[in-house]
Design a protein around this ligand. Structure first.
Ligand code: TRP
Length: 441
């Protein structure tokens, strides 16, 4: 598959199904992600992070409903599932398994520093309750599960909001630890923050977010959409009074759904004192024009959940075609292997080792540190002098192993002007040099 070509960039992002999609989700994440997935040389992995949703809600119906709505939104917005990997996290059992492997190399201290966990602890501390009150292990482990999501598919780039950057850094950290211990299995991912994608303001001017309760639902009825847009907070400037486009939530929302030319025209209208009511009507029309075609598809999809379920299953199969063999490789790497398979290479390794000469270091009754060199059969070749410290003995051993020049005179071995060892009886210089040559191979 083309995935192994380094020129192909793998882009991956997860969407937590924890509410009804709003305009901010669409303009800030879904729309740019779909546009990016259409580029050549890009493999896109977009998934519903439903395991993550369990951390913040214990309402099963809400998880199910939100998963349905978010999946339908991506499809209605034009995601081509034959071209991307679109799946549901909980359909990939390899992800929680990888989470465990990563947990075992992730430092507890690293997770102590995660923003979300730290914020919970700070809040508890300020309130004088136990620091971990109300914190579940899901919240604590959130970054490890997220690292598994990313590392499983060797993503290069992870488009996320700023609040998620730390999680990507942690994924890199954890991947680095694993690679260091077990070999280069993981790609180190990078966060991608698209500066051209603005975070949409909500009704009150702050970032549109469920937690501020200031969102504009993506797929409400046209009448409701209009009503919500009319509730956008503005200043009290009268019609005809010039208005400031910069810093106006209304203007920013308009811009997010308009061409550059339309945006310029609206800026002029602001300067010329457009009435707020009129500006709201224009915004309402603009948004309705982009949403209307999607709304129809969305409703058809929501009415046929079995079709979405089928697409997600196909997506899972496609994702698992990568995840299953890769997890197999990782299991082997950490030692979760067939016992029958392991026995053979170990025996072979022992044999090769036994077939080579060996240095042995030890302490004698005189309190000094000695070494000796024995041949493949265990016969003594060289007996070291007594050294004051194991380090001194070790330095000579390394020098001999690395082929440093030495001299042999009357069965005594001289290195850098010092007598360091004596040849065993019946061993000549050529035999010794041949044995030492084995270390250089
Ligand atoms: N934590 C992300 C959020 O709340 C969602 C998420 C889960 C994610 N796994 C991911 C994002 C992997 C990117 C990559 O927005």
């Amino acid at each position: 598959m083309s995935a192994s070509k380094p020129s192909v960039q793998r882009v991956l992002t997860g969407i937590k199904p924890s509410g009804t999609p709003h305009l901010g989700n669409y303009a800030g994440a879904i729309r740019p992600a779909i546009a990016a997935s259409r580029q050549a040389e890009v493999e896109s992995f977009y998934f519903l992070a439903d395991y993550h949703a369990l951390i913040s809600t214990t309402d099963p119906l809400r998880v199910q409903r939100s998963t349905l709505e978010i999946a339908a939104t991506w499809l209605a917005a034009g995601l081509d599932t034959s071209h991307v990997w679109f799946y549901r996290q909980s359909d990939i059992p390899e992800i929680p398994e990888l989470t465990w492997l990563l947990s075992c190399v992730a430092g507890k201290g690293l997770l102590n520093r995660a923003h979300a966990y730290k914020a919970a602890v700070d809040k508890n501390t300020a309130e004088g309750v136990d620091p971990d009150a109300g914190v579940n292990m899901g919240l604590y482990m959130y970054p490890v599960l997220m690292a598994a999501d990313i590392l499983m598919f060797k993503a290069h780039t992870v488009p996320v909001g700023r609040d998620q950057i730390q999680h990507i850094e942690m994924a890199r950290d954890i991947a680095g630890s694993f690679n260091h211990l077990y070999g280069e299995h993981f790609v180190l991912p990078e966060a991608a923050i698209d500066a051209s994608v603005a975070t949409l303001p909500g009704l009150d001017g702050r970032k549109m977010s469920k937690s501020y309760d200031n969102t504009i639902p993506l797929f409400c009825s046209p009448a409701e959409l209009k009503k919500v847009i009319y509730s956008i907070v503005t200043d009290s400037k009268a019609p005809g009074e010039p208005k400031d486009a910069d810093g106006s939530a209304l203007f920013e929302l308009y811009q997010a759904f308009s061409s550059a030319e339309e945006t310029r025209a609206m800026r002029t209208a602001f300067e010329e004192g457009i009435a707020w009511g009129e500006a709201k009507q224009a915004l309402s029309d603009k948004i309705e024009a982009s949403v209307a075609p999607m709304r129809e598809k969305y409703q058809a999809l929501i009415a046929d959940p079995a079709q979405i379920e089928k697409l997600l299953h196909e997506g899972a199969a496609k994702a698992r075609a990568i995840a299953t063999p890769f997890l197999g490789e990782l299991r082997r790497a950490v030692g979760l292997r067939s016992l029958a398979e392991v026995a053979r290479p170990a025996a072979a390794a022992e044999k090769t080792k036994a077939a080579l000469p060996q240095f042995k270091q030890y302490r004698e009754a005189d309190g000094r540190f000695h070494f000796k060199l024995v041949d493949a059969g265990g016969g003594l070749l060289l007996q070291g002098e007594g050294f004051a410290s194991p380090r001194d003995a070790g330095t000579v051993v390394s020098a001999l192993k690395q082929g440093s020049a030495f001299e042999v005179k009357d069965a005594t071995l001289w290195l850098d002007g010092a007598k360091v060892a004596t040849l065993a009886e019946g061993v000549d210089e050529a035999t010794l040099r041949a044995a030492l040559a084995a270390f250089g191979e």
